[in-house]
Design a protein around this ligand. Structure first.
Ligand SMILES: [Zn+2]
Length: 188
């Protein structure tokens, strides 16, 4: 997919999103997606559907995983689970301290695209979609783990945009928005 098409789709999505259509759809979902694990405790227990030290975690696809801010152990466990690229959407925090704690064995690639929880920025979303497209087509770069602070708002609308841009026509706005709410997206 070229940048122009990505840009157009992101602009369409942003228009829908910013016009207030992100309120909870009344339709039933026609897609299925992994839910965040509710029975495990971040940093204390985990099952095969979550990662110790990473809250609000799920695999969006086998190549793209999502979650809240990992703890230092969380980063280690993501790396152990095979993650190759970390994308942070946080504007108020970088992961450099956590990364320096990981030491020389750390092989993770790190990309930071700062976003605001309440104000999706079209240009940043276009950058993110192009970064994802490249990473998800490169076996040396995936799985990709994308996170913000809580894995709800910035990660939520970014994953929704990804679904609509890259998983058309199956994924429409209603499914993408329903998935956002399952991960705790906050209505403005
Ligand atoms: Zn679990």
């Amino acid at each position: 997919m070229n940048i122009f098409i990505t840009s157009c789709r992101v602009l369409i999505f942003s228009a829908v999103f910013l016009a207030g259509c992100a309120f909870h759809p009344t339709t039933q979902p026609t897609e299925r997606w992994n839910q965040p694990c509710e029975k495990c405790t971040v940093g204390v227990s985990s099952c095969d559907k979550c990662i110790l030290g990473v809250g609000n975690f799920a695999k969006v696809t086998p190549k793209l995983w999502r979650g809240a801010q990992p703890t230092e152990d969380g980063f280690r466990n993501l790396e152990k689970a095979g993650v190759k690229t970390i994308i942070s959407l946080r504007d108020e925090h970088d992961d450099y301290d956590d990364f320096s704690q990981l030491g020389g064995a750390n092989t993770l690639k790190y990309i930071r695209i700062p976003m605001h929880a309440w104000d999706p920025d079209k240009a940043q979303l276009i950058v993110l979609m192009n970064v994802l497209e490249r990473a998800l087509n490169d076996p040396k770069s995936y799985p990709v783990f994308i996170h913000c602070a809580e894995g709800k708002d910035r990660t939520g609308y970014s994953i929704a945009t990804y679904r609509m841009v890259s998983q058309k026509p199956q994924w429409d706005a209603d499914n993408a928005i329903l998935e956002m709410y399952d991960f705790g997206f906050n209505e403005i």
